[in-house]
Design a protein. Structure first.
Length: 155
């Protein structure tokens, strides 16, 4: 295939300095090719409530404002995925790989995030109330304004 057949995907860029300066949290909703997994269409705004996406490779997927409440994403690859404002309430993300993912304004209330890799992820103003983060890797993650599992707001 030539250059014309290639599709370029754009994702939100997060630039956080070591001193914690403000970062861009806007998302990009550029047109992407339709991705499917197990009969589910993976796209911005998708209703994937209760879907079984365990082990799915959704790296770089654009799930802006998608409904993934109660979904099973155990062991899923979501590195670099755009989950800006997504609803992940009560979702199972155990052992999922979300490094460098954009989870700004995501709803993760009651989510199972045990042993999840969130290194470098953007969780700006995300709701993690009652989420289980046991064994989670949060190295270099942006938690500014996030509601933590105990209900406190992160500075």
């Amino acid at each position: 295939m030539g250059r014309r057949a290639r599709v370029v995907s754009l994702f939100a860029v997060l630039a956080v300095s070591s001193c914690g300066s403000s970062a861009s949290t806007e998302s990009t909703t550029a047109t992407q090719p339709i991705r499917k997994f197990g009969g589910f269409i993976i796209e911005p705004g998708a209703n994937l409530s209760g879907a079984n996406l365990s082990g799915a490779n959704l790296s770089g997927a654009n799930l802006y404002s998608a409904n993934l409440s109660g979904a099973n994403l155990e062991d899923a690859g979501l590195s670099g995925a755009n989950l800006y404002s997504a609803n992940l309430t009560d979702a199972n993300l155990s052992s999922a790989y979300l490094s460098d993912a954009n989870l700004a304004f995501a709803k993760l209330r009651g989510a199972k995030l045990t042993r999840v890799n969130l290194s470098g992820a953007n969780l700006y103003s995300a709701n993690l109330k009652d989420a289980n983060l046991k064994g989670a890797d949060l190295y270099s993650a942006n938690l500014s304004g996030a509601t933590m599992p105990d209900g406190t707001i992160q500075d």
